[in-house]
Ligand binder design. Structure first.
Ligand code: FAD
Length: 269
């Protein structure tokens, strides 16, 4: 038996799952499981009963069907910058092996699988003078970011949210079916997914628009917390003086002491 929090799966069940998916199936304590569950935010640890390292949409379908058969909640981990559930006792699908990207410079669209990060997309579109509506952190996952709206502190003031420029999504819903979701084919699901994170299914692929960006000037300025009041005052005074195409945002973070946790912090970044 394996699993936790009252969820016990028989070894035969795990074997059956292994036989249906191409990627690894890991249980707590098995080799590679901790690395597979590692998160960027060290306060959001994952404690699933079983992990499926999906390598294709077929794997995602098999994992969702398995979870439904065994009454397990499903959680998805893409680039692991923001887990919204601990996956306690559930089935965790990890997406990092799904890394296909295709760029259509003519149509100005990009299609990516669920494990792709913005840092993978940017160099591919830059070749054509194009850019997606990307957030401030390049290592954030495209799908996770877009499903939350995808606010862009870089291009957002001019072009809006990343979610507003999605053409379609491929999604495995709770019935284990793969659906191509467009505003025409599945109007409500399309609307719910873009803002609803992983609550309506597991997205395996997404297509979105990209935009010509000829010139870009940007970056980040970092100040120690003791200067917060002065920095906020200066920022407030400066903002009304900038052009409409200038996007600026402020972030206040208490960062962990990475010297204390070298192994865990070495995981995804
Ligand atoms: C340093 C930092 C900077 C950030 N900057 C910005 C920013 O500038 N703008 C902005 O909008 N956001 C920003 N964010 C927030 C970020 O967009 C979200 O945390 C986003 O969800 C990260 O996606 P991920 O794939 O890395 O995370 P994950 O933790 O892997 O996934 C987050 C959640 O997204 C859902 N999800 C992920 N993949 C799938 C999938 N394939 N199918 C269904 N659901 C899925 C799940 O609910 C999952 O729990 C930032 C976060 C960090 C840590």
């Amino acid at each position: 038996m394996f699993g936790m929090a009252g969820v016990n799966l028989r070894l035969e069940d795990a074997m059956a799952l292994r036989n249906t998916v191409g990627g690894p199936v890991l249980e707590p304590g098995s080799e590679g499981c901790e690395a597979e569950c590692a998160t960027y935010n060290l306060t959001c640890g994952l404690r699933p009963a079983v992990v499926v390292g999906a390598s294709s949409e077929l794997d995602v379908r098999a994992a969702v069907r398995f979870a439904v058969r065994h009454g397990l909640p499903v959680a998805v981990k893409s680039a692991a910058h923001q887990m919204v559930s601990s996956a306690q006792g559930g089935l965790l699908i990890t997406a990092q092996r799904m890394g296909r990207i295709s760029v259509d410079a003519q149509e100005r669209t990009v299609r990516v699988e669920a494990g792709v990060r913005w840092s993978d997309v940017l160099p591919r579109t830059a070749e054509f003078g194009l850019a997606p509506i990307v957030g401030s952190a390049p290592n954030v996952g495209v799908v996770g970011n877009t499903l939350g709206g995808g606010q862009s502190p870089l291009l957002g003031r001019t072009l809006g949210y990343a979610a507003d420029h999605v053409r379609w999504l491929s999604v495995v819903t709770a019935d284990g079916e793969l659906r191509r979701v467009t505003p025409q084919s599945e109007r409500d699901l399309f609307w719910a997914l873009l803002g609803g994170k992983g609550n309506f299914g597991v997205v395996t692929e997404i297509e979105f628009e990209v935009f010509p960006v000829e010139r870009f000037y940007g970056g980040g300025l970092y100040f120690a917390g003791e200067y917060l009041a002065q920095v906020l005052e200066a920022w407030r005074a400066w903002l009304p003086t900038v052009r409409e195409d200038m996007t600026s945002s402020m972030d206040i973070q208490r960062l962990p002491d990475t010297r204390r946790c070298p192994s865990r912090c070495a995981a995804p970044s």
